[in-house]
Design a protein. Structure first.
Length: 337
């Protein structure tokens, strides 16, 4: 499905004429003067779009826990892992299109490089996180994340086209590839045999994928500007509700009793939402400057965690919950055509 998103994105860029083929009919000077203070891009039956290139910063957190068995007991939380303050350098491409007056399309593709973060790995003998027998505080460095999404829907115009309301239906994929390094054991009690203190060789990986359809809405407010080099300021508000299929796999490199490179897998279903706000300062030469903020939260529950052992056997237990949050700040350039 990830390839479908990228192919669809590129197809829409190639499928429509270049800006020179879409230029307006030249107006007489008197008519151009009369329209000087009108909204710079009024709706028409033609194809109009915006292409944005951005760079930014994203901070992630992800946490999950499993029970002692498939019934969710013995204990109800056996092991819990948290990745916090994951710092990510982000690059993004966004493409928006008004197809005639009444159809709106939006797609985006983000890729990020993980460069810092914290991890905690805790194990318990008792219910409700009691009788903790192992805890390590570890580092995160390297690996990557990427997101892809497409959506389409009707476009409703108000206030002489200054306001557009666009309900959308779409599909999205979010992937994370986190690692764990720089191990440091801070709690150790039977049955754990790990000594207290730093330990070497830790290089474990945890890779996730969140996929599914979504319903959303985009609200766009276009404010014409008649001074200096600006032609308009466009404010966008977005919101999406997602249904999620979650799966993950991990390689716990220091566990000799686990199989490698796949030590365990996880599957669950859930839901989540995204929300965002952005502003585009559109210049008279159709270039623009873009800045935005977005937030995502996805949760999957009551799934299955399957461990693969070195001797070829497997064991299943209950995946209680996985929760992922991401806050991103981005800025860049746009071309309106």
């Amino acid at each position: 499905m990830q390839y479908l998103i990228m192919v669809s994105f590129l197809f829409l860029l190639a499928a429509f004429p270049a800006p020179s083929a879409l230029s307006d009919t030249i107006e007489p000077a008197s008519q151009a003067k009369a329209n000087e203070y009108e909204y710079p891009h009024p709706p028409s039956d033609r194809f109009e779009s915006t292409f944005e290139v951005t760079a930014g910063y994203r901070k992630d957190s992800i946490e999950w826990n499993i029970a002692g068995n498939l019934m969710g007991t013995d204990p109800n939380i056996l092991s819990e892992l948290n990745w916090n303050n994951i710092d990510i350098f982000l690059l993004g491409l966004t493409y928006r299109a008004n197809i005639g007056k009444h159809v709106y399309f939006r797609s985006h593709l983000d890729y990020g490089i993980v460069f810092d973060g914290d991890n905690q790995d805790s194990d318990y003998n008792g219910d409700n996180r009691t009788d903790e027998f192992s805890r390590s505080l570890n580092g995160v460095d390297g690996n990557n994340v990427w997101d892809g999404s497409i959506g389409i829907g009707p476009r409703f115009l108000f206030s002489e086209s200054a306001i557009a309301v666009c309900p959308l239906i779409g599909y999205a994929i979010f992937e994370q590839d986190y690692n764990i390094i720089d191990g440091n054991q801070v709690v150790s009690a039977p049955p754990s045999t790990m000594p207290i203190g730093p330990f070497g060789g830790l290089d474990s990986r945890y890779q996730t994928r969140w996929t599914g359809p979504w319903l959303g809405i985009d609200l766009l407010l276009s404010i014409p500007i008649t001074q200096r080099s600006l032609s308009a300021v466009v404010v966008r508000l977005t919101g999406e509700y997602h249904r999620i299929d979650f799966d993950a796999e991990a390689n716990w490199n220091l566990r000799s009793d686990f199989s490698h490179p796949v030590s365990f897998t996880q599957e669950a279903e859930g839901s989540g939402f995204t929300a965002g706000a952005s502003i585009l300062w559109e210049l008279k030469n159709r270039l623009g400057v873009h800045a935005g903020i977005s937030f995502k939260e996805m949760t999957a529950k009551d799934g299955v965690d399957r461990t693969y052992f070195a001797d070829g056997s497997t064991a299943d237990t209950r995946l209680n919950e996985v929760r992922w949050r991401a806050l991103a700040l981005e800025a860049g350039f746009a071309y309106v055509f």
